[in-house]
Design a protein around this ligand. Structure first.
Ligand SMILES: Nc1ncnc2c1ncn2[C@@H]1O[C@H](COP(=O)(O)OP(=O)(O)OP(=O)(O)O)[C@@H](O)[C@H]1O
Ligand SMILES: [Mg+2]
Length: 273
């Protein structure tokens, strides 16, 4: 990146996590952040099938190779993983979500805004900061709106926790999005959204226990599913499932089908013996 003129200098290494090494760099007259992805083999659970479901690849040859796990397939998967983070950052920044502004993605390195504290140093993670009950309630509310904004942009973070949120000079900023999933296209999106919201509840509930009784996740998803969710939606933190009257005839038909199937199976087994 120095050769290409994308950065001027590497200032220092910030962290070496499970999946990437992160550096503070100088470039474009500013201090920026460079995330260097590690080899796929060193990576963990997040490439599990849940996350990559319905991830779009350019052609069917790529898709087949990915399914088979050939070397070409692994490379394609690797590229899809890395570009998923870049795509999500652009999409979310455009939707007004507080994420680091992306500058460039080149050869497995993501160059982005350095989220900084008031002194200009790399911002701490949520997990490294203590909060008063009032601050906890305020940050929790702010972050729920961010989650809603993400969902309105069609994205579920999928690994949102106190380790992937930084406290910048102007409040919380969400990072670390390679596993972000498409809200409409992934069957696990609802469960992931609920888990993301539950992580926020548990974390801030340590400082403000009244938050532990809330259930924003299911409320948010229910509104989203009905097409009623907007960043301005007023949430209650309560969720009551509206149960539709049961169609008894249909239930009995399903039971009958299952009985028939089982009888046929037993017959086949008896014949085989
Ligand atoms: N834009 C940024 N500005 C400031 N610090 C950042 C930025 N991006 C990442 N970091 C720092 O680098 C750490 C690792 O980044 P990130 O979570 O994106 O990678 P990761 O591979 O998931 O690492 P880990 O396994 O540690 O979570 C973050 O916890 C944060 O401290
Ligand atoms: Mg992380």
């Amino acid at each position: 990146m120095i050769e290409e003129g994308l950065i001027d200098a590497v200032v220092r290494q910030l962290t070496s996590g499970k999946e990437a090494m992160v550096y503070v760099v100088r470039g474009g007259g500013e201090t920026r952040c460079a995330k260097v992805y590690k080899e796929a083999t060193q990576r963990s659970f997040r490439q599990a099938v849940d996350y990559s479901e319905n991830r779009k690849v350019k052609n069917t040859r790529q898709a087949r190779a990915m399914a088979k796990g050939t070397r070409f397939g692994r490379q394609a998967q690797e590229a899809a993983w890395q570009s998923a983070e870049v795509d999500a950052l652009y999409r979310l920044a455009a939707a007004g979500v507080r994420v680091p502004r992306p500058h460039n993605f080149h050869d497995g390195v993501l160059l982005m805004e350095l989220v900084a504290d008031a002194e200009g140093n790399a911002a701490p993670r949520l997990n490294d900061v203590l909060f008063t009950p009032e601050q906890a309630v305020e940050h929790h509310a702010t972050l729920l709106v961010e989650v809603v904004r993400m969902l309105c942009a069609g994205v579920v973070h999928g690994d949102l926790s106190e380790f992937n949120i930084l406290i910048g000079a102007n409040g919380p900023v969400i990072i670390d999005l390679p596993q972000a999933v498409d809200a409409a296209g992934n069957n696990h999106a609802a469960a992931m959204l609920e888990r993301d919201v539950a992580n926020l509840r548990h974390f801030f509930g340590r400082f403000a226990p009244e938050l532990l009784a809330t259930d924003y996740g299911r409320e948010i998803w229910a509104l989203y599913q009905k097409g009623l969710l907007t960043p301005e939606s007023v949430l209650t933190g309560q969720f009551r499932q509206v149960l539709k009257p049961v169609d008894l005839g249909q239930v009995l038909a399903v039971i009958d089908d299952a009985k028939d199937e089982e009888a046929a199976r037993r017959l086949r087994m008896a014949e085989a013996r």
